[in-house]
Design a protein around this ligand. Sequence first.
Ligand SMILES: C[S@@+](CC[C@H](N)C(=O)[O-])C[C@H]1O[C@@H](n2cnc3c(N)ncnc32)[C@H](O)[C@@H]1O
Length: 302
Amino acid sequence: MTGGAPNSEAADGPAVYLDATFGRGGHALALLERLGPEDRLIAVDRDPEAVRAGERLADSEPRLRVRRSRFSALAEVLETEGVTEVRGVIMDLGVSSPQLDEPARGFSFRTSGPIDMRMDPEEGESAGEWLNRADEKEIAQVIRTYGEERHANRIAAAIVRARPLSDTRVLADVIRSAIPARRPVRGEKKSDEATRSFQAIRMHVNEELAEIETGIRAAFGVLQPGGRLAVISFHSLEDRTVKRVFRALARGPVLPKGLPVRAADVEPAGKIVGGPVRAGERELAANPRARSATLRVLERLH
Ligand SMILES: C[S@@+](CC[C@H](N)C(=O)[O-])C[C@H]1O[C@@H](n2cnc3c(N)ncnc32)[C@H](O)[C@@H]1O
């Protein structure tokens, strides 16, 4: 899903870019390879481990600055860096492979670990704390909404019966045991039955959909005219949110009919660039986790 190179420094003078989801710096490194010597890259992540990895990279890369923050607060981060506008923003949504693969972070339903699931383990309530105190209705609602799980009521009831819960593997077994067995459909690739509920709990604990909406609006707000925002989503709930917010920004303000306004006031400030982009075969062979990724791009017009 690698797109074209950002506008070159030679053509437009030094520019600032923003990586709103640093992770382990895969995108940041790819960007730095293409930026000019005077360009800058500011990277943000809410995960302190990602930020530590970024700071190590920044020690030998003077064009990179890494800051710990939610991307919904990216405008404040830029302000403290003395930056008012950027030429491009990349947001690669969801959790990183190190977060998923490290049992101690509590995201994985395949291994034993504390039920944490916070991208920033120093902020807010862990998934375990929430699951052990929330009422059954609230748990069912979260699992239904963010996991699109038909059996949310049964799962929530099983979780409440099994409390207190402290281990991700036990939680996964409780979830699986609440889902009625069904005959496999021929040719169907079955995913683990705990997947949807774990996704839902994680999204709730990290307030992910609200972050996406506020983050996209914040990123759009700091783009210079002609600047672009690229967002990669990993599942349909995320992608629907990205699509809805992009459309709203590309539609411009909705004003009551008959209001005397100048054309410039109602001209949309954003333009959706191309359609959704998915990973090709070569990329999938190298990175199977890109299977469900969708890239969308929005440009700032004025
Ligand atoms: C899919 S990974 C990014 C991987 C990265 N592009 C790379 O090349 O290594 C998503 C990262 O975004 C971070 N993240 C997710 N939501 C965030 C938010 N609202 N604010 C800041 N960081 C966030 C996660 O902590 C995680 O490190």
